[in-house]
Write a protein of this length. Structure first.
Lengths: 126, 460
């Protein structure tokens, strides 16, 4: 019994250190990937913006305690989510393009899909 | 009304003067004077006095052997003063049927049945006859007594849920009564303010008590004292009512607003006790013969708050509408405004969606109008009933209903998103996403070109 407690503590400590290690490793990998690549930076900035807008809308619904124009909320929120998904799929192809699909084509598809998304959202919000 | 009476009086005086100016003997003059007065004053008295709302033809049925009508002259004269045209039918040894109808029409509006012992009466007037008279709008006052309770009247009352004690059962009370079973109710209280005004009455009662069924159309009017009991005068162990479970007077109003009153004592109406019972009897018979507590609706309406009716623009959900109804009360001689603060309006589709207490609005000579004020229709489409169902024990029942459809919104009647302030947040976010996306595409393209060139160089 006695030796177990320190070992647990050691475990906890080690796991915490592992976690921070993981975080820092991830962060360094990410910054290594992004540094010097303006496109990726641009995509990530846009992603962060979308997340922020989505969170603001959700908080607004919570604060107003009323989901009354529910279609408007769904349109606004899904605009953010949909745009985010499209951006992420563009980002994946920018990092390493899929076989048989050139980055140009990927970007063209992204533009087309985004236009369809905006069209749907604008109509859904009525 | 007063001016009409004055005019008539002037006319009479002029006529009398003309008659008197003729050279006739003074005796003859007096006779003429009294005659003209009698002829002309009779309609005046009918103008001034109360009268029933629906009809004045009254038939009095009595047993020759039991009832001496002279003993009831005060009561009957009181009825005459109230414009009743009394016809009498004595029940004796003959058994010719009593007809209350000619074809489908009632011959009488009101019926007073005194206690009747004669066995012929059951054949002369059947229970079915009595019931059809009552259900076709005839108002009935039944007086029974331990000496006279004929089977047809008893069965008729039983149909309505009143069970008077059988023959020879007398109401007795060692505290309020004397050896002749005459009860002195010094604090007789009316149980319904509309039938007999509330307050303490000093009443004298001798007769039977009745058990009443527990149904809503029955209106108990006078309760037997706690110390009383009705017991068979021949077999003293048989008891019909004990204490306050018995009733001495009761009323009944059908859903068609026909009225019936029952009193279990004949002498209750007699001249002997009219000083005590007169006021109570007058109020009870006034109620029974629809001379008071008669109310009616003069019409209801509902419309949009702008004034457009249903036919111009049918209702849709959440429309603001207003409902009005006018109510009149028969005050004995004419229809006058009826005031109450407990009239409710209901908007129903199976369940009430609204139950609004009506507020008085305008008053005319004949009616008091009530309004719901503005209220918005529920956010639910369907077939709704606009209903005022005013049923109070003692007052005439009023049911005014109008069934209308409330439609849902058409496609182009919903608010646009920019009309709703809440959705401005979502609109802003959508447009900001689109704007930022346009900027993104522009920036992305501008960043892309040099990079592709570089990669090409590297590849080379």
């Amino acid at each position: 019994m006695v030796p177990k407690t320190p070992s647990k503590k050691a475990d906890a400590a080690s796991s915490a250190s592992k976690f921070s290690d993981t975080i820092s490793a991830t962060y360094s990998a990410y910054s290594k990937q992004v540094s010097g690549d303006r496109q990726l930076q641009l995509i990530d900035t846009f992603c962060a913006f979308l997340v922020a807008v989505g969170v603001i809308q959700f908080l607004f619904v919570c604060a107003a305690k009323d989901s009354f124009p529910l279609n408007a909320f769904l349109a606004g929120f899904s605009a953010c989510v949909g745009q985010f998904v499209l951006l992420v799929s563009l980002r994946m192809q920018v990092v390493s393009s899929f076989t048989g699909i050139t980055p140009q084509r990927a970007f063209g598809e992204f533009v087309l899909a985004s236009l369809v998304l905006h069209f749907l959202c604008l109509h859904f919000v009525n | 009304m007063n001016s009409r009476v004055l005019k008539r009086l002037e006319f009479i005086q002029r006529l009398v003067r003309q008659v008197c100016s003729m050279r006739v003997a003074s005796v003859f003059r007096n006779v003429v004077y009294t005659l003209t007065m009698a002829i002309f004053l009779m309609p005046i008295s009918t103008l001034v006095e109360a009268k029933p709302a629906f009809g004045t033809r009254t038939l009095v049925i009595y047993d020759q052997k039991l009832t001496e009508l002279d003993n009831y002259s005060t009561f009957l004269n009181n009825l005459k003063q109230r414009s009743h045209e009394l016809s009498y039918r004595a029940i004796g040894n003959d058994s010719t049927p009593i007809s209350l109808f000619r074809g489908e029409d009632k011959l009488y509006d009101n019926l007073i049945v005194y206690p009747i012992r004669s066995r012929h009466f059951n054949k002369q007037l059947s229970v079915e006859n009595l019931l059809s008279f009552f259900s076709k709008g005839g108002q009935v006052l039944t007086i029974t007594s331990p000496e006279g309770l004929s089977d047809n009247v008893r069965l008729f009352l039983n149909q309505l849920g009143m069970f008077p004690s059988p023959r020879n059962y007398y109401l007795n009370d060692y505290y309020h009564g004397d050896e002749n079973n005459t009860l002195h109710l010094t604090k007789g209280e009316s149980l319904n303010e509309h039938v007999v005004p509330l307050g303490e009455y000093d009443l004298v009662y001798k007769g039977a008590a009745a058990l009443l069924d527990n149904r809503q159309l029955i209106i108990p009017v006078l309760q037997a004292p706690k110390t009383s009991f009705s017991v068979d005068s021949k077999q003293s162990d048989e008891i019909w009512t004990a204490g306050s479970e018995g009733y001495l007077a009761a009323a009944f109003q059908s859903l068609r607003n026909t009225r019936l009153a029952w009193v279990g004592s004949e002498v209750f109406f007699s001249n002997e006790f009219s000083a005590n019972n007169g006021r109570f009897v007058e109020q009870l018979t006034k109620w029974a013969f629809a001379e008071k507590a008669v109310i009616k609706s003069v019409g209801s309406s509902h419309q949009h708050i702008g004034g457009a009716g249903y036919l111009e623009s049918p209702y849709k959900v959440k429309d603001s509408v207003v409902y009005d109804i006018g109510l009149s009360e028969w005050d004995g001689s004419s229809w006058s405004p009826f005031t109450a603060d407990d009239i409710q309006f209901e908007l129903k589709m199976i369940d009430p969606y609204y139950r609004i207490t009506l507020l008085p609005s305008e008053t005319s000579n004949e009616a008091q109008y009530y309004t719901t004020g503005n209220f918005s229709l529920p956010d639910h489409h369907g077939i709704f009933t606009f209903l005022v169902d005013y049923k109070r024990a003692g007052l005439s029942f009023i049911t005014e209903k109008d069934v209308r459809a409330i439609r849902h919104l058409a496609n182009d009647e919903y608010l646009r998103s920019w009309d709703i302030t809440n959705s401005w947040v979502y609109l802003t976010s959508i447009y900001s996403v689109i704007t930022v996306w346009v900027l993104f595409v522009g920036l992305y393209l501008s960043l892309r070109k040099p990079k592709t060139v570089e990669t090409e160089k590297k590849n080379n």
